[in-house]
Design a protein. Sequence first.
Length: 278
Amino acid sequence: GIGARAQGLGSAYTAIADDVTALHWNPAGLSQLKKKELGAMHAELFSDARLDFVVYAHPTKKGTFGLGAVYLSQGNIEGRSADRTQSGDYTASDLSVTLGGSRWISGQTSLGANLKLIQSKIAGYSSVGFALDAGSLYHFNSLPLSLGLALQNIGPSMKFINDSYNLPLTLASGASYRIGSSLTVSADLKQQPYDSRTSFSAGTEFSPISMLTLRAGYLTNAIHATGTPSNSFVDKASDLSGLGLGLGLKLSNSSIDYSFTPAGEHGNTHRISLAFQY
């Protein structure tokens, strides 16, 4: 997940997507930006993995355009030969560069699309591919309700030597509802057909004062998964590995967001995001 705010909401962000990270969640959300915005995120993951993200969005009269990059790097991985004896260490990394755009087609509806260039590396091998994203966002005039829809990672499979693998094609739908001026609730339903996996997420954010926002959310993929589930839905729902907690601080045109997400046996993940509007 990209952006500490979205992670604090349990990844229920498809129908919110009102900041520069919309480039990742729903490109149609870029239309909601009123100013130019520069954002960045850093996350320390398990096994010495690091996730970094930088993005810039620029509103124009013809629409809002964004350019971003995601880089996932691994620590040293211990190599083993065919007979299991130790060989030299190696590394692995993934890079995705995204160019996207969005515009309002009516006072209530916006559409957006992305083009991604993807590169994966492991040891001395690499694979290059591309993917497309498409999204839409609808705001009701009579209700503080928004609906979002995004189709992500549309593209051909990638190949390492003789082995091919599919990109994580994802259909995401979401809704968000604003209660008064300080409380927002959201929910997402995501389907990944290649993995036969459906996930549901819900989140809420509350702003007791204008400069402070508190967030909580939960993400579960326990609705259906390939193979026989090892636990019931109730057991999985009680697993804290789906929990997201976070807070945000806003000062003038700058904001900083933090999220904390337990990852079960893998430990805890901390994300910090910075954004600047001008």
